[in-house]
Write a protein that binds this ligand. Structure first.
Ligand SMILES: C[S@@+](CC[C@H](N)C(=O)[O-])C[C@H]1O[C@@H](n2cnc3c(N)ncnc32)[C@H](O)[C@@H]1O
Length: 254
């Protein structure tokens, strides 16, 4: 079931907070996040399957198509990680299209390389090492929480998109109902790591899931994401929500 929100009247900047206990500033954030994903790259797909109860691939595929991804398009997948979004994008664009995967974590990119034969680029979303007006579609899955300057990020997305190109950002939002948020927290930080430990003895799942939850908790609200897209010059940004927490932010470059 999808609900949709359109851009609210909100013009002020709403920066993502630094996270006490993890990092104190932007430099610390980059170092911590990179170290975390490098360290959990080998187990990431397994943990993701537990977390999404096996529905992650189909959710990513349908979300990309809902946003307008179509055969023949040229796609940039930012924060590609092990390639879970890129794989679904490639299946949709087919042999007439192409997908480039970008990520700052060498560990995650190495895992992606094993299963996907696309072009990979090491880099960050806020400073894309790519030329302008080159893509029809930019995707970013579950990484918005790791970016402190949304204006910089969306400005870069807009720069590399061709006119008429679409941006699609997937992210988990903190459920509005407190009981649902509490249940999600227990599932992520207790149940998923326990299942991962049983399946593989040396998993870093607990650290990853604690951080996952804390970043969801601290992430800017959906209205701030929509406002940042609008400020960055995207047309009519909108958000679709499934199960009260899976957000799809979609906007077009005019
Ligand atoms: C939770 S994983 C998501 C991977 C994949 N998109 C998915 O759907 O499973 C988050 C990824 O974001 C990457 N990341 C962190 N900071 C980033 C940044 N500033 N720019 C681009 N990617 C970033 C991490 O290295 C990691 O691979």
């Amino acid at each position: 079931m999808l609900d949709t929100d359109h851009v609210p009247r909100l013009s002020s900047r709403a920066p993502i907070k630094a996270l006490p206990g993890y990092y104190a500033d932007e430099r610390g954030r980059r170092h911590f996040v990179n170290d975390l994903f490098d360290g959990s790259a080998r187990d990431y797909d397994h943990i993701e399957r537990l977390l999404a109860l096996g529905s992650g691939s189909s959710y990513r595929r349908h979300a990309l198509r809902r946003a307008g991804l179509a055969p023949g398009m040229r796609v940039l997948d930012v924060a590609t990680g092990t390639g879970l979004v890129a794989r679904e994008a490639l299946a949709t664009v087919g042999s007439g299209g192409s997908v480039v995967g970008l990520d700052p974590s060498a560990g995650m990119l190495a895992e992606a390389h094993r299963g996907l034969s696309i072009t990979f680029v090491r880099g960050r979303g806020e400073k894309l090492p790519l030329s302008g007006a080159a893509f029809d579609f930019v995707s970013m899955g579950f990484a918005l929480r790791h970016v402190s300057d949304l204006d910089l990020l969306f400005g870069e997305f807009r720069r590399v998109l061709k006119p008429g190109g679409v941006v699609c950002v997937l992210e988990i939002s903190r459920p509005r109902l407190r009981t649902v948020a509490a249940l999600l927290r227990v599932f992520m930080t207790r149940a998923v790591p326990a299942m991962a430990r049983v399946a593989r003895r040396h998993s870093d799942a607990r650290r990853l899931m604690d951080f996952y939850w804390d970043t969801i908790d601290a992430c800017v609200p959906p209205e701030a994401v929509l406002a940042a897209l609008a400020r960055s010059g995207f047309d009519s940004p909108w958000r679709a929500v499934s199960l009260g927490m899976f957000s799809e932010y979609v906007a077009k470059k005019s």
